[in-house]
Design a protein around this ligand. Structure first.
Ligand SMILES: *Cc1c(COP(=O)(O)O)cnc(C)c1O
Length: 491
């Protein structure tokens, strides 16, 4: 391809993407939210062997429409209520385009000074937006999973006095380190604890209260029991917005326990962190200033496209001690006066992700982002109110943010298996209809439906439509149960 062809195809692709976004905004019903593709359907549309000769790129455009689009679940669709919001705003798309266009590697300051310095600027803007003090320094990482792994590695190395420089995990005389998180913590926390070498036997999943938040006194008791047993408590992961229900662990109370026992406090605010740009939401992470590390995912709710995770630490020197490597071919003359961000995380190579954040912030401004989040919180509040006042519907968790957790219990039905099948049937019929997409999930053994609000295009009318769909499908499921009470509802 020469530059002229790139220009021509590039303009055409921008037009295609603009048309797709336009369609999501103005004719969303023409796109099923959840992909209706069956396993293997997309693969079968592509040749099994790679093309031997080039020159065939023009074929990609029609194939995008014909073969790729049916295999896409539309995360930016206004009726996307599954998992979590993962918005890629239009400004973010342009930022990613510039990132690819420049093709820069940001592993060291010298390998593209702008990549490091713009990242420093936007990360500090975001720190201010979240209301965090300048005691925190931040860096962009790919995902919260990686950031939490970094946190637990740093915790391990702090408690073990940098054991990695010597016998590492293989010192037979070393104390056994223990990690604590709520039983509702994200799966990435357990994964990080295992990958960081703590061992499943040293991961304590602390019980939660009726609001599904960690019970601080249960944490204190677990730490005391481990100390009495001769183990070495090392780190606590507090969740600000759990995955199942956006429950809020009591960070201030947890921080006090951490301080007493010199434990690393990592705050997983991957989901709820975005809401902290709203001053009125900051009570949700009261105590966060005592954290050693914090993770926030602007690639969820802030419109900065995947991947863009913020990792904040109080002690960047410790992070660099644990993550830094300095082979001679990476030495540069500026090493003493600049940040080499390869030493602030696991990968060596780094994309110029700051561009998309910069462009989103220029495009929307703090007030624009705040307005959208307040709209989403208002919509969730409205839906929670409708559910609370409608007989047969139950809300199974508080809804401090934009996720509403519900289940439908038809009159007279008490059998848990029947209720599970009934609620799974509601979700399955809605998801397969393509008209909205939600996530069925289990909460402490009970089947529920998770309704996560927050796509950029989602307005009140889309939430009202979701509520109508839920009530219609609940009614049809209940009618089938009444007609054949012993049969499993269709699903
Ligand atoms: C989404 C989420 C994660 C994982 O995020 P990734 O960036 O996909 O790794 C971790 N913790 C919480 C609370 C989350 O909501």
């Amino acid at each position: 391809m020469d530059v002229e062809e790139f220009r021509r195809l590039g303009h055409q692709l921008i037009d295609e993407i603009a048309a797709y976004r336009q369609r999501l905004a103005t004719e969303p019903a023409s796109l099923p939210v959840m992909s209706q593709a069956s396993p293997g359907q997309v693969r079968a549309r592509f040749a099994a062997e790679p093309p031997q000769d080039g020159g065939g790129l023009a074929a990609a455009l029609p194939q995008l429409d014909r073969d790729i689009l049916p295999g896409i679940t539309h995360w930016n669709h206004p009726s996307f209520f599954a998992y979590f919001p993962s918005n890629t705003s239009l400004a973010s798309i342009l930022g990613d385009l510039v990132c690819a266009g420049l093709g820069a590697q940001g592993m060291s300051w010298q390998t593209s000074p702008a990549a490091t310095e713009l990242e420093e600027v936007v990360v500090d803007w975001l720190r201010q937006m979240l209301g965090l003090s300048p005691a925190f320094a931040g860096v962009v990482q790919d995902t919260a999973s990686t950031a939490t792994l970094c946190a637990l590695l740093c915790a391990r190395e702090r408690t073990s006095d940098l054991a990695q420089q010597g016998l590492g995990l293989q010192d037979p005389k070393a104390a056994r380190l223990v990690v604590y998180a709520s039983e509702q913590a994200h799966s990435s926390v357990e994964k990080a604890a295992l990958l960081a070498g703590f061992g499943k036997a040293h991961l304590r999943l602390v019980p939660t209260d009726d609001a599904h938040a960690m019970r601080a006194e249960a944490l204190a008791a677990a730490v005391a029991a481990d100390l009495a047993a001769g183990l070495a408590p090392c780190a606590v992961v507090a969740s600000c917005g759990t995955t199942a229900t956006t429950a809020l662990d009591p960070i201030a109370a947890i921080a006090a326990i951490c301080q007493r026992h010199d434990l690393w406090l990592h705050v997983d605010a991957a989901m709820a962190g975005s809401a902290m740009i709203l001053p009125e939401a900051r009570w949700m992470w009261d105590g966060v200033e005592a954290a050693d590390s914090i993770v926030v995912n602007p690639h969820k709710w802030l419109g900065i496209g995947f991947d863009f995770t913020l990792y904040f630490v109080r002690d960047p020197q410790h992070l660099v001690r644990v993550m830094g490597t300095n082979p001679s071919y990476l030495h540069t003359a500026q090493d003493d006066v600049v940040r080499n961000l390869r030493d602030w995380g696991i990968p060596l190579g780094r994309r110029f992700r700051a561009l998309k954040a910069w462009m989103v912030l220029l495009d929307q401004g703090v007030e624009g982002l705040r307005g959208r989040l307040r709209r989403d919180l208002g919509n969730a509040h409205w839906l929670a109110g409708e559910i609370d006042r409608t007989p047969g519907w139950q809300r199974v968790a508080p809804a401090p943010l934009q996720t509403v957790c519900v289940r439908h219990v038809p009159t007279g039905v008490t059998d848990e298996d029947t209720l599970t099948a009934h609620n799974l049937g509601i979700a399955d019929r809605i998801n397969r209809s393509g008209r909205a997409y939600l996530t069925p999930s289990k909460l402490k053994g009970q089947q529920m439906l998770r309704l996560s609000i927050g796509a950029e295009l989602t307005e009140r009318a889309h939430v009202e439509e979701l509520w109508r769909l839920l009530q219609d499908e609940a009614a049809s499921g209940a009618a089938a149960l009444a007609a054949a009470p012993d049969a499993t509802p269709a699903g």
